[in-house]
Structure formats: C-alpha cells, structure tokens
Design a protein around this ligand. Structure first.
Ligand code: NAD
Ligand code: WQD
Length: 347
C-alpha cells in the first residue's frame, strides 16, 4: 500500500451485531482508536438509525453489511470484501424469558450462528475472535464477588447458549492453536454515549431494570415493579454489578490490543466490582434525573438470584482495564439518552 492512501495501519475489525446496544458504543471507540470497522448485522433487534447516529459521532461513514451470521454466503461477502483480521462477535438474541419460550430459535441464532461464523472465519484465514459472554454463565453463585474460576451453570436456554458457545470456542482453540479467543463475561450493562444520541432501545416492554426505570421516568410506563424485597441483601432487593456501556466498550478495545499476546483462551469478567440493589438504582436515578420513579414491591421474578457482582481484578491484570464510570454517570447518561429520545430510534 502506498503511504499516500488513507488506509490506517491498524487492522480491520468485523463487528457482528454492531448496530445493537453494546456493539454501537464499541464501534465508536474502535474508530476513535484508529481501527477500520465493518458492521455486520441483520437488524433483527436494532435499526439503521443507530449506525447513522454513530456516523455523526465519529464524523465518517461506516461500512455496513446487512447479513445474518447463520448465512455463510452473507459472511463470505464480508470476508471477501474486506481484509478482516479480527471479529468482535456481539450478534445474538438476549432475552431470557423469550429463550425459555423459543429455545430452538435461540440455539439456532446464537449457537449455530456462531458455528457458521467460525467456519467462514477459518475458510478466510481469520482466526481471532472476541466473544460477548455473560455473567449469566455463573448461574446462582455460591458467594460474591465472582472470579472467573467459579463453576458455571445455566438456568435457561439463553444462558446455555452462552455456555455452549464458550465451550465450542475452547474446542476450536484446542484443535488449532492459531486461534486467538477472548471470552468477555459482561455483568449488567447500562448507560449510554454521553452525547445522548445513541443508547439502549428495547422492543416492547423492557425486561431489564435500567430501561424500565428510564421509561417510567419519561412517562411511558406508570410504575416499576421491584421483583422481591426479601432477598438476603442489604435492603432485600436484588444486587447486581451495573457497568457503564462506554467502560464495557473500552474493555473490547483493550482486549483487541492485547490479543496478539494471548497464548490461551482468555476468559475475563467485565464488571465494576460493586453491587447495587434495585432500590439503590432507583434512588441514584432519581437524584441524577430529578425525576421521581414510582415503584411497588412485586413477587420475585422466576430464575432471579440475590446477588451477582464481579471480581474485576483479572481484567485489570491481563487487559490493564478497569471501569471508570460511577453509578451517577450511568444514571445521567441513561437519562440523557431516554429523555432526548423518548421513543428510542423511532422518530
Ligand atoms: P442487542 O440486541 O442490542 O445487539 C445484538 C445485535 O445483534 C442486534 O443489532 C441484532 O440485530 C444483531 N443480531 C442478532 N442476531 C443476529 C444474526 N443472526 N445475524 C446478524 N445479526 C444479528 O444486544 P446487546 O445488549 O448489544 O448485546 C450484545 C451481545 O452481548 C449479545 O450477544 C448479548 O447476549 C451479550 N450480552 C448482553 C448483555 C446485556 O445485558 N445487554 C449482558 C451480557 C451479554
Ligand atoms: C436486574 C435487577 C431484577 C426489572 C439479565 C440477564 C443476564 C444479562 C443481563 C445478558 C434484578 C430487578 C428488573 C424490573 C426489577 N443479560 N428488576 N424490576 O436479571 O441481572 O440479568 O440481563 O446476558 O443474562 O439475565 O438484569 O436488568 O433484568 O435485573 O426489580 O422490572 O433488577 O429482579 O434484581 P439481570 P435485569
């Protein structure tokens, strides 16, 4: 390549699911770090509008391939068109309750889709993958904080799809040590880009706490149901490790930088190490937004656990990464996105 071309010396990253919540935030940091990015998404749970907004934030167009990870020809088009050397693999379905109703759809999309992706990567000679796993693989942990060597288990098809994919990627590495595999186990992502122009935009009534809170505050929902106040926690409500999506995105950039140094499959928690209860979150959100969040205590939600938060020290050690944004910033940024975009990406 001649030095006069604009091509950046850093590599080209294929981001599956790059139009989604975590993917779109990660794309911004990748581009800001100088990587060439190609988004691969079938838009089954996202919109082109998120890409347009990301283009505004980074000030340049983004290459997008509309395709399905289960379709090898869609994937081949991506690898034949671009010199991809690493895949960050966010694409997947993620609703726990829906996965119980539609297990085959979840296994097909998440597990089969990842197998197809890895096959085409192998064909193309691209053997580096960073995968979106989840703290859900720890099931109901015996103690907290959770380290990466805790036993894994799953209570629903979504969680099992993550466990299966982790094992498949480990097998792939065993078969061929040229593969570079990083399994990032996210805790509870919240927040949004500080511009307030991109954020989480769930379909229908949100399953997750933060979008439920923000939609209540903006007046779309009338009242938050707090699922259980009799857990063994400081105030009886469930405790989780909420992490700002920009911190999470930064963890991916770090993983990408360190990837060449890894000579085994890396399994890494991405959390803050601090647990907040549902009521802590409500209070913090009310303070950050100046809005009241009406709530009532409801029965426990099936499958929920009392406490889940990370020991993030391994990420600090191997990625030189730690979360930097506190609960106040998480709430402020979630609120800026929701209040500027009461209907998400739908005008
Ligand atoms: P999201 O739904 O916003 O993003 C996923 C993206 O993948 C969407 O844009 C969707 O259209 C796309 N997609 C889904 N199936 C596809 C397919 N077959 N082919 C091509 N594209 C497809 O979800 P998110 O919150 O950004 O999550 C990203 C990843 O992180 C997922 O794998 C999820 O399981 C994982 N994760 C999320 C959380 C969370 O709470 N948000 C926690 C832990 C792990
Ligand atoms: C958080 C807390 C609820 C909604 C889920 C998935 C997990 C991961 C992240 C992908 C709990 C309480 C919630 C509400 C409430 N996703 N709550 N009222 O359950 O920790 O994790 O998302 O990998 O796999 O299971 O997150 O946001 O649903 O709940 O009281 O309306 O808020 O009981 O204590 P969860 P959440």
């Amino acid at each position: 390549m001649s030095p006069s071309t604009t091509h950046h010396p850093l590599s080209t990253i294929l981001v599956t699911g790059g139009a989604g919540y975590i993917g779109s935030h990660t794309v911004i940091l990748l581009i800001e770090a100088g990587y060439d990015v190609v988004v691969f998404d079938n838009f089954c749970n996202s919109s082109r509008e998120s890409i347009k907004r990301v283009e505004k934030i980074v000030g340049k167009p983004i290459s997008v391939i509309e395709g399905d990870i289960r379709n090898r020809n869609d994937l081949r088009l991506a690898f034949n068109t671009y010199a991809v050397d690493t895949v960050i693999h966010f694409a997947g379905l993620k609703a726990v309750g829906e996965s119980v109703e539609q297990p085959l759809r979840y296994y097909d999309n998440n597990v089969y889709g990842t197998v197809a992706l890895c096959e085409v990567m192998q064909e193309a000679g691209c053997k580096s993958i960073i995968f979106s796993s989840s703290a859900t693989v720890y099931g109901d942990p015996a103690t907290t904080p959770i380290t990466e060597d805790f036993p894994t288990s799953a209570t629903n098809p979504y969680g099992r799809s993550k466990l299966f994919i982790e094992e498949i990627l480990r097998d792939l590495y065993i078969s061929d040590h040229d593969w570079k595999v990083v399994l990032l186990r996210y805790f509870n992502p919240v927040g949004a880009h500080p511009s307030g122009t991109i954020g989480e935009d769930p379909n229908g009534i949100p399953n997750n706490l933060m979008p439920f809170i923000t939609q209540t505050a903006v007046g779309k929902l009338s009242c938050l149901s707090v699922f259980g106040d009799d857990y063994d926690t400081h105030d009886g409500t469930g405790v989780r490790d909420y992490i700002h999506v920009m911190d999470l995105a930064a963890g991916h950039v770090k993983a990408l930088e360190k990837l060449p140094l890894f000579h085994e499959v890396m399994t890494i928690n991405l959390g803050t190490g601090t647990g907040y209860s549902v009521l802590d979150m409500v209070k913090a959100f009310e303070k950050a937004s100046g809005k009241e969040v009406p709530y009532c205590i409801a029965p426990r939600r099936a499958g929920d656990i009392a406490k889940c938060y990370a020991d993030p020290s391994y990420a600090k050690k191997v990625l030189d990464w730690k979360a930097s944004k506190d609960i106040e910033e998480m709430c402020e940024d979630s609120w800026r996105w929701q209040s500027n975009n009461p209907n998400g990406y739908t005008a």
